[in-house]
Design a protein around this ligand. Structure first.
Ligand code: CDP
Length: 231
């Protein structure tokens, strides 16, 4: 069967990573978490003194450092995907609130986007890929055969993210998680460079009231429709 490209976009914590991962596993495709790439770049900036509460991000220093930022993914023996920044497993650190607080302003910088979009297009050049993010169906793979746009209310998303952080042992409070989600929604959808928006040809999946199993059914049906007749 001919391989296709699958783009899954949506708001923060809409569950798109979980669904993209599950779908990729089920159909034997590669999964790439583009948000993890923005998060790893942000961690690099934090660690190298390029973020400051008073003065913000040292944009020029970060742009100059981009060629030094190597991001890859590794599969652990437990079969989970971990993000590797310059040879170091940073999966846990990039999910914390410090990175979450800086990632959207970092993702606004056009040079950062061009650099990461280039890497993402490289990963997808042979198709057979599921990538999730904010601009996958609009900018990274505008010709993707299957595009999904995931939505859920901010409160449902904050509850999911809060539960996830607690489960991972990261101390958190629901109100700050909700505030961070709303702030990122705002920055992500109003930025100039490839803002978060639904591609015209994307299928909208509202998952406020859908279980993981139900949303998988919807996705697999869509995948079957898109690949039917292709050989
Ligand atoms: O997992 P969560 O929904 O919190 O976000 P993520 O997918 O890890 O992405 C973190 C941040 O990276 C987003 O809030 C965006 O600011 C940025 N991002 C982006 O601008 N473009 C993408 N394709 C993916 C993420």
């Amino acid at each position: 069967m001919k391989k296709i490209t699958i783009a899954i976009d949506g708001f923060s914590s809409s569950g798109k990573s979980t669904m993209a991962k599950q779908l990729a596993k089920k159909i034997g495709y590669v999964y790439v978490d583009s948000g993890a790439m923005y998060r790893a770049t942000t961690l690099y900036a934090i660690r190298n003194g390029m973020t400051d509460k008073e003065t913000g991000i040292d944009t020029q220093a970060l742009i100059n450092a981009l060629p030094l930022i190597d991001i890859s993914f590794a599969i652990t023996p437990e079969d989970t995907q971990h993000t590797i920044l310059n040879g170091e497993d940073v999966e846990k650190e990039i999910r914390g609130m410090e990175v979450s607080g800086w990632v959207s302003p970092v993702a606004v910088i056009p040079e950062v986007r061009h650099y990461l979009v280039g890497l993402q297009q490289q990963y997808g050049k042979d198709k057979g890929i599921v990538m999730d993010g904010r601009d996958i169906g609009t900018t990274v793979f505008p010709d993707a055969e299957m595009k999904v746009f995931v939505q859920a209310s901010p409160e449902v998303r904050a509850k999911r993210r809060y539960d996830e952080l607690i489960e991972k042992g990261t101390p958190s409070d629901y109100e700050s998680v909700l505030a961070n989600i709303k702030e990122r929604d705002h920055i992500d959808s109003t930025r100039k460079e490839s803002p978060l928006r639904k591609a015209e040809d994307a299928f909208v999946l509202d998952n406020d009231n859908l279980s993981r199993e139900e949303q998988m059914e919807v996705l697999v049906k869509l995948f079957d429709e898109k690949t039917r007749g292709e050989d």
